[in-house]
Ligand binder design. Structure first.
Ligand code: MN
Ligand code: MN
Length: 318
């Protein structure tokens, strides 16, 4: 399949990459009401929302900085020579409009946006937003059947509740998603888990429902190729969502996030695991938890959009 000329990104040879109105990867902006929406195959979407954050906030500013830093991305993958924008029609579908003062209303708005995306036959690649953003996305994407999931993170995000009963935080999206039947827990793998915790309640839940947790010690001992071979065996050919929390990466390489944990993968390994997603039936993917207030140099956002580009290259080859 080849892309329509309209969907080519603006080249830095035509307009310097520091100039112009920023869109994700310099792609055309196509709103949900645009007649060209029907031609889009992968839509990049911003979710500027962090009402689920329990500690240091800021990912509501993520999509804007990710868009800005994404102008650094060129058209060809340096490792694989893939040129995704020539293989499929990609566009920037804009931002979901959250209600920053109302968590439930925001989740309904996000789900409604992604229902329109799914009904248009578009696979979404999302720039968060905190990790609670993934729950309302899954409510739309898993409308017909529970999904499998490959999840990169230093946290399981499987906690029961916070502060004695609060259900909706960025530490709980996948607990809720499993309870709601959006994910098949036996087809969920979580990679990179580490750091201090309050207790083992999340890990006990994971074990009780069959979620495969690969802690960082095992990741470093086995290496990315071996771990990703297992991850791909767990999801098989099933429709799979890929959720990538930037705090999977060591804070030496990705300091701009609210809940960093030391001892993580470096930036090369961060790209490598995304590059090893080949063959996975990706129905949607996200990159969440980039927090510009803690990202003074922009390096975290640049790594974030570089990971998004690797995931896009995999989605383009399906
Ligand atoms: Mn997370
Ligand atoms: Mn995390």
């Amino acid at each position: 399949m080849t892309s329509a000329p309209f969907f080519q990104p603006v080249s830095g040879m035509d307009l310097p990459r520091f100039a112009g109105v920023p869109t994700f990867m310099r792609l055309p902006h196509v709103s949900l009401d645009d007649p060209r929406l029907a031609e889009v195959q992968v839509g990049i979407i911003g979710v500027p929302w962090d009402t689920g954050t329990t500690n240091r906030p800021g990912p509501r500013h993520g999509p804007r900085q990710l868009r800005d830093m994404s102008t650094m991305i060129r058209a060809q993958n340096g490792a694989t020579d893939v040129r995704p924008f020539e293989q499929i029609n990609c566009a920037d579908l804009g931002d979901v409009a959250p209600n920053p003062a109302d968590l439930q209303d925001s989740m309904q708005r996000i789900t409604a946006f992604y229902e329109r995306v799914r009904q248009a036959g578009i696979r979404p690649l999302t720039a968060g937003g905190d990790h609670l953003s993934t729950l309302p996305i899954l409510r739309a994407m898993a409308a017909n059947e529970p999904l499998a999931m490959i999840h990169f993170d230093s946290h399981t995000d499987l906690f029961k509740d916070y502060f004695g009963g609060t259900q909706y935080t960025h530490g709980a999206p996948f607990r809720r998603a499993i309870e709601e039947g959006l994910l098949d827990p036996k087809r969920v793998v979580q990679i990179g888990i580490r750091g201090t915790t309050y207790d083992s309640e999340d890990r006990d839940f994971a074990e009780s429902v069959g979620v495969r947790v690969i802690p960082i010690e095992e990741f470093h001992a086995r290496g990315p190729e071996d771990v990703m071979t297992e991850a791909k065996a767990i999801v098989g050919a099933l429709p799979t969502y890929v959720s990538y929390d930037i705090d999977f990466v060591d804070p030496a390489f990705a300091p701009g996030t609210g809940t960093p944990e030391v001892g993580g993968p470096n930036s090369f390994q961060a790209l490598q695991v995304a590059r090893l997603l080949g063959g996975v039936n990706i129905v949607g993917a996200d990159l969440v938890e980039v927090s510009p207030p803690f990202d003074a140099s922009g390096a975290t956002a640049f790594l974030g959009v570089s990971i998004m580009f690797e995931m896009l290259c995999q989605m383009a080859q399906q």
